[in-house]
Write a protein that binds this ligand. Structure first.
Ligand SMILES: *Cc1c(COP(=O)(O)O)cnc(C)c1O
Length: 376
């Protein structure tokens, strides 16, 4: 938790549940990432947290943006971003959204299939396009499965076709999965991209850009490799495979830029046991899966939790949200322990919750309001 967030919570005691996010920390993370990968252009993945103060600060710092919908494109433009600094990175877009983005001046679009490529050719003629390929997501705590990307041979064919359709065959992208804890994932993906560059060069198509996607991790309960380790691994692999002929590099960090800038402040609603001698207490918070903690699904992302009694004797707990839905159980298997002194009415903090929380909050399920947000 940054000192600014701690001070805000202490002095303002905002109603819970709420997210408090230190926008200066986002700027610091941006600077750290730039230092770790100075040759890469940063496209912030807006979906991680689309709040206007974040987009405005990143615009001022010279960031570009990865948008997944026309609404996100509009949010970037409203924050002052130039349309040519916005990449429309979703490989699944309505024709009307492609046309709207093209009219707004967006010139870079992603695809991973022929029908999508045809849509882009029709509704954004002449645009720069990049093809997303499938890569291993091993090591990612929030993997993206096979929903996006295509096989290498298909990517090769489609990039040739892109040129024939009057588009600019610009580059190749991948995403190694979110909260990726292994630097090797990027090295393996870069090797695949380099093969494609070579193949396509032989086919007469000279690609110019590698988009390394997102995935850079945040520290939750466990230590993760530092951003410098990712920078070194990525640059090592790029130099190994491309030598002096380095293409333009794009990265699309989401979680890394905003995750550890935010804290969710929550109130304990109830501490109970299922049987008199049951050692496990159930701790119900006023935020749960439907209040924005969607990444607790499968206990994939395990947030660190602070309480006013930290340091005292603790015991095992199951942690759940406040709604009447059994899916609203956050952690049952991840060996969470909380102080025995914890009581209803206590305020607790869930750390590093600045990414992928606010936008996942439901609209009034059980009457609970969506998560309040404070950007400081
Ligand atoms: C979600 C997403 C990102 C951001 O991923 P993080 O793991 O948050 O860094 C980047 N690129 C694309 C295309 C995405 O969909």
């Amino acid at each position: 938790m940054t000192p600014k967030v701690a001070q805000f919570l202490r002095e303002c005691a905002p109603a819970t549940p709420c997210l408090v996010l230190d926008v200066d920390r986002v700027a610091e993370n941006y600077a750290r990432l730039r230092a770790a990968l100075p040759l890469a252009r940063i496209y912030y993945a807006v979906k991680a947290n689309p709040a206007a103060p974040i987009l405005a600060r990143l615009t001022a710092l010279g960031s570009a943006f990865d948008a997944a919908s026309f609404e996100e494109v509009e949010a970037c433009l409203a924050a002052g971003a130039r349309p040519d600094s916005i990449s429309y990175g979703n490989t699944v877009k309505k024709a009307s959204a492609i046309a709207a983005a093209h009219r707004a001046g967006v010139t870079m679009f992603a695809f991973d299939s022929e029908p999508e490529l045809l849509k882009i050719a029709k509704h954004a003629p002449g645009a720069r396009v990049y093809c997303r390929i499938l890569v291993e997501n091993k090591g990612a705590e929030w993997p993206l499965s096979r929903k996006f990307g295509c096989e290498l041979d298909m990517a090769r064919e489609l990039m040739v076709k892109a040129g024939e359709l009057g588009l600019d065959p610009y580059g190749i992208s991948f995403h190694v999965g979110s909260q990726q804890t292994s630097t090797a994932a990027y090295e393996g993906a870069i090797a695949r991209v380099a093969m494609l560059f070579t193949d396509l060069k032989e086919a007469g198509v000279k690609l110019r850009m590698v988009n390394l996607g997102g995935g850079y991790p945040v520290r939750y309960r466990q230590e993760v490799p530092g951003i410098d380790d990712f920078g070194a691994a990525i640059m090592g692999a790029m130099t190994q495979h491309f030598g002096n002929d380095l293409p333009e590099m794009v990265i699309e960090p989401g979680r890394f830029l905003v995750g550890d800038a935010g804290v969710v402040s929550s109130e304990v609603v109830l501490v109970s046991r299922k049987g008199k001698d049951d050692p496990v207490r159930w701790v119900y918070l006023d935020i749960g899966r439907f209040g924005g903690l969607a990444e607790t699904e499968g206990e994939a992302i395990r947030y660190a939790i602070r309480t006013p009694h930290d340091g005292g004797a603790d015991g095992p707990v199951t942690i759940a949200g406040p709604t009447c839905d059994s899916a609203d159980t956050l952690y049952e298997k991840s060996n969470y322990r909380l102080p025995l002194a914890l009581r209803d009415g206590d305020r607790v903090e869930l750390l590093a919750t600045g990414a992928y929380v606010t936008t996942y909050a439901s609209q009034g399920f059980n009457g609970f309001q969506p998560l309040a947000e404070h950007y400081i």
